[in-house]
Design a protein. Structure first.
Ligand SMILES: C[S@@+](CC[C@H](N)C(=O)[O-])C[C@H]1O[C@@H](n2cnc3c(N)ncnc32)[C@H](O)[C@@H]1O
Length: 257
């Protein structure tokens, strides 16, 4: 158990290994500052630099995903819920839950995003870790709702982080995750016909790789974690600063049996 509000710095962020496809532009929600062309960055490293602009760019690129996720959960969750925000960033998703009296614990890999989140005073605890590969901290109680908004599309492997998220939900509680779906693929260079489950985005000006996942993957892992799907929607997430294209996420809400 880590003291309230303490930011962990025990888990260093890692560089991703070079991707094979370097054509086109990735369209992760990271602003339009251009790093060394075709250099692969971990998303965490990117957000260290992008943190100061994150909130203002969110408005500019129509990041209403927090409102959409909150809206899908609002009539399900209890008043004053215990919320775990996985990839909390600056807290744009959590701040809505705060308005209904939530107590909020956040996880993220970027110390700069966490610092900005902490300044908002909406969380009781914040932890720094690599969500894709680390075991989550042993938090005292389970949560009424676990959310992860705009995070899973940075992960090549979703099984471990999904199971960690599901493990933190109390029985009868809820989990909501959004991701880019393979079924929404629009770019030819985005398609990888040899692997229908995962598609790796081309590396563009941001230098960060993002992944599309087949919703079937989530269905299989959710079943193993005894998470029952309650709601699913596909929503406009933001307009890509890099390509100008509209990006869509599939959002699912599960309930723990
Ligand atoms: C698009 S932002 C979303 C932030 C917030 N959920 C929101 O709704 O605005 C993605 C966040 O995921 C974090 N992130 C990406 N990959 C991560 C990883 N492997 N481990 C920990 N955090 C990661 C980034 O640091 C960033 O804060």
């Amino acid at each position: 158990m880590i003291p309230t509000g303490q930011l962990l710095s025990t888990v260093p962020s890692t560089r991703k290994k070079a991707a094979t496809n370097k054509l086109g532009c990735s369209h992760s929600f990271m602003g339009n500052n251009v790093r060394e062309q075709n250099t692969i960055l971990s998303a965490i490293n990117y957000y260290e630099d992008f943190a100061s602009q994150y909130d203002s760019k969110s408005a500019e690129y129509h990041w209403y995903s927090p409102q959409i996720m909150f809206g899908l959960l609002f009539d399900l969750i209890p008043p004053e819920p215990r919320v775990l925000d996985v990839g909390i960033g600056t807290g744009l998703s959590s701040v809505l839950f705060k308005k209904i009296g939530a107590s909020i614990v956040g996880l993220d890999g970027s110390s700069q995003m966490l610092r900005r989140c902490k300044e908002k005073g909406i969380t009781s605890e914040l932890y720094r870790l690599n969500i894709e590969r680390d075991v989550f901290p042993p938090l005292e109680k389970k949560f009424d709702v676990v959310i992860s908004n705009g995070v899973f599309y940075f992960f090549r492997n979703v099984k471990h982080p999904f199971l960690e998220c599901a493990h933190k939900v109390r029985r009868g509680g809820y989990l909501s995750i959004n991701f880019e779906s393979t079924r929404d693929a629009v770019y030819e260079e985005y398609e990888n016909y040899s692997n229908a489950s995962i598609q790796e985005s081309p590396v563009g000006t941001t230098g960060v790789v993002t992944y599309r996942h087949n919703p079937r993957l989530f269905e299989i892992v959710a079943r193993a974690a005894r998470m029952k799907e309650l709601r699913r929607t596909k929503h406009y997430a933001y307009t890509s600063p890099q390509t100008g294209q509209e990006v869509f996420f599939t959002l699912i809400v599960w309930q723990k049996e």
